[in-house]
Design a protein around this ligand. Structure first.
Ligand code: PMP
Length: 326
């Protein structure tokens, strides 16, 4: 779907997947006015197909558009575009367990010019790709690198927007993590480099307590981290499972000492791609420790199973999160 200044949204089209022809002076290539979303369509037990909270992705897309001085796409148009793409061939949606069809809606500037200002035309597109189970061999904890040199987002910056530049800024730290033998980067706050923010593509949760007295704690939304839809969903599910929930500032020192004295029992990351990933090991320039026993903990497993059961239609959906395609 195109957007042109003075005309608004127009020319919705369904096309076979094909390369785009881009002018060398296309403004996106130079000034990175681009935003995107990621969501999944899951096969349901009765053979139908449903997407998970597409309206939440649509609203986040609007907030990202606002931050990047781009036009707002109506929520219904976003959801309809995703529905239409999935409906063209429902056989794309895998029918086994955690497999899904990943949808990538995105928008970018299409005006040609070298002046720094908002483009006067844009293209919104959705592409799709079947996605296998994230852990085909069973859930395996990841190791993380605490990035103290590089930061991904600062107050007043673009951290809460889902824009390409944030990911470009993260690549050098991801390479550093890999060089340190770690799977993922954990970002810290820009000012003090003390407080935990999020991972490269996932939000973080720390689990305090055991048995009947469990609280899951996640960094609060202060504008510098992405408000994950999985993060939000888990706050709801956890409450209904009888866990306490808390949105708070958590320092790396609290994390390390909580692990050392046993008050902190599990840590996991969450996002659309992996749903929930346990964190087993932490490393920084100054310290290194194992989370709990380094294995997937019971709270992590229970939350993962509960959310996946809703997504794959194995459990009721009391929150009306699944959007069924008719
Ligand atoms: N943080 C970042 C930086 C991300 O890219 C993602 C993936 N969209 C998330 C968190 C998790 O968000 P969601 O649960 O909506 O996938």
């Amino acid at each position: 779907i195109k957007w042109t200044e003075g005309r608004g949204w127009h020319d919705a089209q369904l096309q076979p997947y094909a390369p785009l022809q881009i002018d060398p002076a296309n403004m996106t290539l130079h000034y990175a006015q681009t935003i995107f979303e990621g969501l999944k369509a899951y096969r349901q037990p009765d053979g139908s197909v449903a997407t998970f909270r597409p309206d939440a992705n649509a609203r986040r897309f609007q907030r990202s558009a606002h931050r990047l001085a781009m036009p707002e796409l109506p929520v219904e148009t976003f959801v309809e575009a995703c529905d239409l793409l999935v409906s063209t061939d429902r056989e794309w949606v895998p029918s086994q367990g955690e497999q899904s069809l990943y949808l990538r809606p995105f928008m970018f500037a299409t005006e040609v010019g070298l002046g720094v200002r908002p483009s006067n035309e844009y293209l919104f597109m959705v592409i799709a790709s079947p996605a296998g189970a994230y852990f085909p061999q069973g859930v395996k904890p990841v190791s993380v690198w605490l990035s103290e040199e590089y930061v991904r987002a600062a107050p007043g910056g673009m951290g809460e927007a889902k824009t390409g530049g944030n990911y470009a800024a993260s690549l050098v730290a991801q390479a550093e993590a890999a060089a340190q033998g770690c799977d993922q980067v954990v970002w810290l706050d820009a000012l003090e480099r003390r407080y935990i923010e999020e991972m490269g593509g996932m939000n973080l949760y720390l689990v305090r307590g055991t048995g009947d007295d469990v609280t899951i704690v996640t960094p609060q939304l202060t504008g510098t981290l992405l408000p994950g839809i999985t993060r939000d969903s888990l706050l709801r599910i956890a409450e209904d499972l009888g866990y306490g929930t808390e949105e708070a500032r958590v320092s790396t020192d609290d994390w390390q000492s909580g692990d050392a004295d046993g008050t902190l029992t599990e840590v996991f990351a969450c996002g659309t791609a992996a749903v929930i990933t346990p964190v087993g090991h932490v490393k920084s320039a100054r310290a290194e420790w194992t989370v709990g026993d380094g294995e997937t903990g019971p709270v992590t497993k229970r939350l993962r199973d509960a959310l996946l059961a809703i997504q794959t239609g194995q459990a009721p959906d009391p929150y009306a999160w699944m959007h069924r395609l008719t």
